[in-house]
Write a protein that binds this ligand. Structure first.
Ligand SMILES: Nc1ncnc2c1ncn2[C@@H]1O[C@H](COP(=O)(O)OP(=O)(O)OP(=O)(O)O)[C@@H](O)[C@H]1O
Ligand code: NI
Length: 311
């Protein structure tokens, strides 16, 4: 582990047991062999298409997976194994989630009180809540609203304010930006960068690769429940010359201004994973070995890649 690593995931696996017809139990592995490291004071963006396992990673880190999920592998926080008990102890304090859905807000509690509960330093919680609301352009009176009285964008801002109130060590932001207007988006991204520069560590899960590249230090690319590449943000520049994996290159080329070239096919899921490389069925560079063996995640040019052929 590097000295500045604050959070580390080693060989994570998440399996759901589901009841199928006739009450037979079926196991479905949705995350497998996932490794990730978050350094202190960095923004690590996690990108990947819908269903690749991004939110499950977030929920596993916070200890809020559903009851039918089994979690394997190791999570370290500040060099210590992070078990369920520890997760519950630091959740909402040292480690906070900005959830993907605004339904995480308590419908029966006024906004100001919800933010107030998270405020780290005692004192005037109401005032702190109002200041945080103001930071995202919401009137202080918003503190007296119930969640149902807010627009989607306002609710997002309340989730952000709640997370920041805790003055956490680590923020896991699961799609924090949808529904925000341009101005608020810019404000949030700037805030994230500033927090990181002050030493807070951020895992930013997002579909918005443009937003990620604006502020992130590194990017982890998820696919079919694992990491295919971790790259430095700079590797995406100049047409993605520094990138390592064919999937990341394809993602990069699908960005506006980069040619908008989509790749055909869809990501594999659960019980229908290929035996070899997860990306092989869609890869233009695959060879016989790719269909037989799962490549390991290996270090390459200051990043990591799970590909037999990357150089
Ligand atoms: N409770 C559950 N039972 C069974 N499968 C589940 C459950 N929750 C999630 N999954 C499956 O696990 C996979 C990963 O889900 P996850 O929500 O982590 O994806 P995601 O990358 O966050 O997607 P999105 O970008 O749409 O938010 C999906 O295929 C999903 O269907
Ligand atoms: Ni998600």
């Amino acid at each position: 582990m590097e000295k500045s690593t604050i959070l580390q995931v080693k060989d994570m696996k998440i399996t759901f047991s589901q009841y199928t017809k006739g009450l037979r139990r079926k196991k479905l592995t949705v995350i497998n062999g996932l490794d990730l490291e978050l350094q202190k004071g960095e923004i690590l963006a996690v990108v990947g298409s819908s269903g690749s396992g991004k939110s499950l990673l977030a929920h596993a880190l916070l200890g809020i997976l559903p009851d039918n999920a089994a979690l394997e592998g190791e999570i370290y926080y500040r060099d210590q194994i992070l078990g369920q008990w520890e997760k519950e102890r630091i959740r909402g304090r040292e480690l906070v989630l900005i959830p993907q859905s605004v339904t995480y807000l308590d419908p029966l509690q006024k906004v100001g009180e919800q933010i107030g509960l998270s405020v780290k330093h005692k004192g005037d919680r109401r005032k702190t809540a109002e200041q945080l609301l103001l930071r995202y352009g919401l009137e202080p009176e918003t503190a007296d609203c119930y969640p149902f009285q807010l627009s989607g964008g306002m609710a997002r801002k309340v989730l952000l304010a709640t997370a920041l109130a805790a003055e956490p060590e680590v923020i896991i932001a699961d799609e924090p930006t949808p529904g925000l207007d341009e101005e608020a988006l810019g404000e949030v991204l700037k805030d994230f960068r500033r927090l990181a520069d002050q030493g807070c560590s951020l895992l930013m899960i997002t579909h918005d690769i443009e937003a990620a590249l604006k502020i992130a230090d590194r990017v982890a690319v998820f696919y079919g429940g694992t990491v295919l590449e971790t790259a430095k943000t700079a590797d995406f520049a100049q047409g993605g010359r520094g990138l390592r994996h064919p999937y990341t290159r394809a993602l990069n080329q699908a960005r506006p201004g980069e040619g908008f070239e989509a790749i055909s096919g869809t990501q594999p899921y659960g019980d229908q994973l290929p035996t070899g490389c997860l990306f092989a069925p869609r890869c233009l560079k695959k060879t016989a070995v790719c269909e037989k063996e799962k490549p390991l995640l290996r270090e390459l040019r200051g990043g990591k890649v799970r590909c037999n052929h990357a150089t």
